[in-house]
Write a protein that binds this ligand. Structure first.
Ligand code: UDX
Length: 440
């Protein structure tokens, strides 16, 4: 079995490397010459734990190669995966499918013999049908099938999520395509991973419904957290108390500054637009989008309140910039709203992130980047935890207190224990639990 993976981003590179780990021959294709050259030198374009070793092992085994030549990559492939970006289209919020359609055109020209074209990128319902039309128009004679196979991996745990998924979803009505996909995912079949075979449109909808539901679940617990602060409840105990109900589930009930990343923000907006277009609006998700955007902006106000109502002339030490830990991805990270708002309010900002600083420097200027967490809080008027990297969890509280001008900590990820912070004399504010000293 030979697979061509078009696109070497978070989804394409991880999926390609994991398929090759299964023993499949994979060629990863990208237009970006520099990216392909670096991959061939074993340099990863993204930070994803374990990816460098996985790529290195499979390149050494001769199962994983990289090329900029799509024609070369596609011609002997049994399955060609489209794993290119589908960012939010400027202006109307729809998914920008130009990269998907461009790939489809090129694949049409290059394919030889029966070929399964697989959309792995998150694409609106009906995209598979359009990809099929594009290819059929170019190659009326060709034998092919277009299949939907959305990815559910999370950044920071992408390899584990691919190797041990909760399920594989495959949308096709072509028997031959079904066999090719079954062969491809056989290693997962052997560990009894449920494989959901359905139609293409249903498969496309499953992906959007999953992401928008998860975004709604996070937004739900974020709003419950705000109410908990007002009524004196502890949101973590609420999350535990409701999460033990099998119908609710324990995961994705951690309150924070709002969701970010390359998926939830764009997928919620894209599905809302599709629903509006079909005159079947998703009013809950419309609210989720609005509430989440406002929440990120409101977080800066929490920091200002914790500093006595003004940060003018003050220095704020920010720990964590990436949208979540174990990634360097800054897309729609809460820091992109919070840091500029603090600067606009007159603060000077120092910041540190274990992996995302290079990415952050492209997006956030006017701040001083530090080499480690303690340097970040040295001389600062307050410390803010924005991303829950493990290294922030076990920091020496005495050292933090000595470094800070004032013992003010705003913990937007609840990585610290309020009682311990109180015992150590901090003015501690957090999310969804009683704050100590300062206002929450
Ligand atoms: C998400 C989906 O989980 C994944 O299935 C899909 O394939 C891609 O989009 P990802 O965006 O990588 O994955 O990260 P995820 O772990 O889902 O977190 C998304 C955002 O939600 C982050 O900003 C995170 O901080 C936030 N989040 C997540 C919370 O605020 N609380 C939670 O309990 C979980």
């Amino acid at each position: 079995m030979r697979v061509a993976m078009i696109g070497t981003g978070y989804v394409g590179l991880v999926s390609g490397a994991c398929f090759s780990e299964f023993g499949t021959d994979v060629v990863c294709v990208d237009k970006d010459v520099e990216k392909i050259a670096r991959l061939e030198d074993g340099i990863m374009p993204i930070y994803e734990p374990g990816l460098d070793v996985l790529v290195e092992n499979n390149v050494k085994a001769g199962r994983l190669t990289f090329t900029t030549d799509l024609k070369e990559g596609v011609k002997d492939a049994d399955a060609v995966f489209i794993a290119v970006g589908t960012p939010t289209r400027r202006g109307d919020g729809h998914a920008d499918l130009s990269y998907v359609y461009a790939a489809a055109e090129e694949i049409a020209e290059a394919m030889d013999g029966f070929t399964v074209i697989v959309t792995k990128s998150t694409v609106p319902v009906g995209t598979g049908r359009e990809v099929e039309r594009i290819i059929r128009e170019k190659r009326p004679d060709a034998e092919f099938a277009v299949v939907s196979n959305p990815e559910f991996l999370r950044e920071g745990s992408a390899i584990g999520d691919f190797m041990r998924p909760d399920r594989v979803v495959i949308g096709t009505s072509d028997e031959r395509a079904r066999e090719v996909m079954s062969d491809l995912y056989r290693p997962l079949y052997l560990i009894e991973t449920p494989i959901v075979f359905t139609t293409r449109e249903t498969s496309e909808m499953i992906k959007y419904a999953a992401n928008t539901f998860l975004a709604a679940k996070i937004t739900f617990i974020n709003e419950i957290a705000d109410l908990c602060e007002k009524v004196g409840a502890d949101v973590h105990d609420v999350a535990r108390g409701i999460g033990l109900d099998g119908r609710i589930g324990k995961k994705f009930l951690h309150p924070g500054p709002g969701y970010g990343g390359s998926c939830f923000p764009k997928d919620t907006i894209a599905l809302v637009r599709t629903a509006q277009e079909y005159n079947s609006p998703l009013r809950i998700i419309e609210t989720v989008v609005d509430v989440n955007a406002k929440r990120k902006k409101a977080m800066a106000d929490r920091v200002i309140a914790a500093c006595g109502g003004s940060v003018a002339g003050k220095t704020i030490g920010i720990l964590g910039l990436a949208f979540k830990p174990n990634t360097d991805d800054m897309r729609d990270a809460p820091s992109l709203d919070i840091v500029p708002a603090l600067i606009a309010a007159g603060a000077s900002v120092k910041a540190y992130d274990p992996e995302a600083m290079e990415e952050a420097k492209k997006l956030l200027d006017g701040i001083s980047y530090c080499d480690n967490a303690y340097d970040t809080v040295e001389g600062a008027d307050a410390m803010v935890v924005l991303t829950e990297w493990n290294e922030f969890r076990g920091m020496d509280l005495d050292r933090i207190k000595d470094a800070l001008k004032h013992p003010i900590v705003v913990d937007l990820r609840n990585v610290y224990d309020p009682n311990e912070m109180a015992e150590n004399g901090f003015s501690y504010s957090c999310v969804g639990r009683a704050s100590i000293g300062g206002k929450s």
